[in-house]
Ligand binder design. Structure first.
Ligand code: ZN
Ligand code: ZN
Length: 336
């Protein structure tokens, strides 16, 4: 990763907004992308070079014709990274977040780790008085909102979240916000320390511990109604199918290019739903704006490290090298 000069964008056209990114979160998918570990994408060579950054808070710098009046110059916004083709089978059923031709800011097109960026107005959400580092958390929280919607998480249900990284923390926030009971599971005690702030119970597991016994102790002998896999460790998809209660839901959020064997009979005999989650739809992004604003005290604690734009290469290397220490690293472009 290098810091280089680029040409200034054109003035915004109809339906376009020019934004100035202020704070950009780095996430696990950025690490994979940076390391070239994107095995689920058919031809990765088409993706580089790339300006990364898909978890962005920004200010509106200029507004093109035909944009909503709420997008005035100076408005602080969060960027919904998803644009979709509107024609494929996923789009036709209102699930553009799973579009076969999806284009994500910072992945398939240049992202927010730059001082100016042109984006469609439909991908720009005002965030009121949220500060930039907080608003940069809206995108990861939006994935958690999608996950609890897909998993139909309901009040009183028991939800086990595997992985207490930023997405796991956001899942705890989104699920407890629906008045579910949440058990957040990780191998790193440092990552679990914030679970209580999110309203979750926590479980630290070592390699030799019996995860199934510990989960049943928490959830009862029948197991939890919902298990959400947020580590990307293939074996834990298999474990999730084993752990979940009959008629329950397994929600897979973690990414991996590897395979996981599941006991096929568990699917029909337990009649479980196994649900994938990719990004979110616009309504869910709006729900994440609201959730982060309302629970800002809990959410703000997730940002553990801040770096200036010039330090972005160090920031990504540092975050990759220190998983126990870094919860969410944010690159600040608004620092003087
Ligand atoms: Zn992300
Ligand atoms: Zn589509």
């Amino acid at each position: 990763m290098d810091v280089v000069g680029v040409a200034e964008p054109n003035a915004p056209g109809p339906g376009e907004v020019l934004v100035g990114p202020e704070a950009v979160g780095l996430c696990g998918s950025d690490f994979h992308y940076f390391l070239g570990d994107i095995g689920t994408i058919d031809d990765p060579s088409t993706l580089y070079p790339r300006i990364q950054g898909h978890e962005a808070a920004a200010t509106v710098l200029d507004v093109g014709p035909d944009c909503p009046a709420e997008l005035a110059v100076g408005t602080r916004v969060a960027l919904w990274p998803v644009s979709s083709c509107g024609r494929c089978s996923a789009c036709r059923v209102g699930r553009g977040n799973a579009c076969v031709n999806i284009s994500l800011i910072g992945v398939h097109e240049d992202g927010a780790l730059q001082q100016q960026l042109l984006v469609p107005a439909a991908q720009v959400f005002p965030v009121g008085d949220q500060d930039p580092a907080l608003a940069a958390l809206i995108e990861p929280v939006s994935i958690a909102v999608r996950a609890v919607v897909r998993g139909r998480v309901a009040a009183g249900e028991r939800v086990v979240v595997l992985g207490a990284g930023p997405i796991g923390q956001a899942l705890a926030l989104a699920a407890t916000d629906r008045d579910a009971s949440v058990l957040l599971v990780d191998t790193l005690a440092s990552r679990l320390a914030r679970g209580g702030v999110m309203g979750a119970d926590v479980l630290e597991v070592g390699a030799d511990d019996d995860l199934g016994a510990a989960v049943r102790e928490w959830a009862g002998a029948e197991g939890p109604e919902v298990v959400i896999e947020a580590t990307g460790v293939p074996a834990l998809v298999q474990r999730s199918v084993e752990l979940v209660a009959h008629a329950g839901r397994v929600v897979v959020v973690g990414l991996s290019a590897d395979h996981a064997p599941v006991r096929v009979g568990d699917l029909p005999l337990k009649e479980i739903d196994v649900l994938g989650v990719s990004c979110c739809v616009a309504d869910e992004f709006a729900a994440a704006v609201e959730l982060v604003g309302r629970r800002r005290d809990a959410a703000a604690g997730l940002v553990t490290h801040e770096f200036a734009l010039e330090q972005a290469p160090e920031a990504i290397a540092y975050a990759i090298a220190h998983p126990a220490e870094v919860m969410k690293a944010v690159v600040r472009l608004d620092a003087a």
